[in-house]
Design a protein around this ligand. Structure first.
Ligand code: UP5
Ligand code: MG
Length: 190
């Protein structure tokens, strides 16, 4: 990033809640760099790194990859761009993730977007996605939902206590959801 302080948004929500879809729209409309933690991990698997097999198995199990790995990838991605507004999609997934980011990167997010979606809708979306993801099957999806419920709620509560959470009702068409997201970014003063 430039010498100016970066603006960091964490984008969280369950599997299929629409994080990636809405981040693309925000990035296009408001010029944010979109860093998906899941995409960074999937690229790491494809790059044949030492950790690839472990990351792949963790994703297949719907569990959370060790924090240092994910934070390292996010930090490298932040440092390798000149942009200074970021959407960090799908991270942090646990208090441990959050604490590792604060410790290693040394900053807190300015904003936390939380896409609130019913389980029924998330299941429908993920199972009809068909992009060949190893975790888009009903068995893994059940685990992803369990892990989300157990570990994400503390993260949301922590940032809610700091007044940083914007909760968005994620049910509706992609355009309807984006109309709820847009004013948040349109009214930001960086
Ligand atoms: N869709 C989107 N919006 C819609 C709408 N409004 N109406 C109808 N359909 C809609 O959307 C999902 C599908 O729904 C798409 O087909 C879309 O067209 C449609 P998407 O925008 O992709 O939702 P998203 O919330 O991004 O879903 P995703 O499956 O990516 O969420 P996850 O959080 O499960 O996946 P992620 O890639 O973040 O993580 C995968 C795994 O990586 C994790 O389970 C974990 O094992 C690991 N991981 C870590 O360990 N640490 C991390 O920090 C990150 C990931
Ligand atoms: Mg996604």
């Amino acid at each position: 990033p430039s010498s100016k302080k970066a603006f960091i948004t964490f984008v969280i929500g369950g599997p299929g809640s629409g994080k990636g879809t809405q981040c693309s729209k925000i990035s296009e409309a408001f010029g944010f760099a979109h860093l998906s933690a899941g995409d960074l991990l999937r690229k790491e698997i494809l790059s044949n790194s030492d950790n690839g097999v472990m990351i792949c198995n963790t994703i297949k199990e719907g569990q959370i990859v060790p924090s240092e790995i994910t934070v390292g990838l996010i930090q490298r991605a932040i440092e390798s761009t000149d942009m200074d507004k970021f959407l960090i999609d799908g991270f942090p997934r646990s208090d441990e993730n959050r604490i590792a980011f604060e410790k290693i990167v040394g900053v807190e997010p300015d904003l936390v977007l939380y896409f609130d979606c019913s389980e029924e809708e998330m299941v429908k979306r993920v199972l009809s996605r068909n992009q060949g993801r190893v975790d888009d099957n009903i068995e893994t999806l059940k685990k992803r939902l369990e892990v989300f419920n157990e570990f994400n709620v503390p993260v949301i509560n922590y940032y809610r206590g700091k007044g940083k959470v914007c909760k968005i009702d994620a049910v509706g068409t992609e355009e309807q959801v984006f109309e709820k997201v847009r004013p948040i970014f349109a009214n930001l003063r960086y």
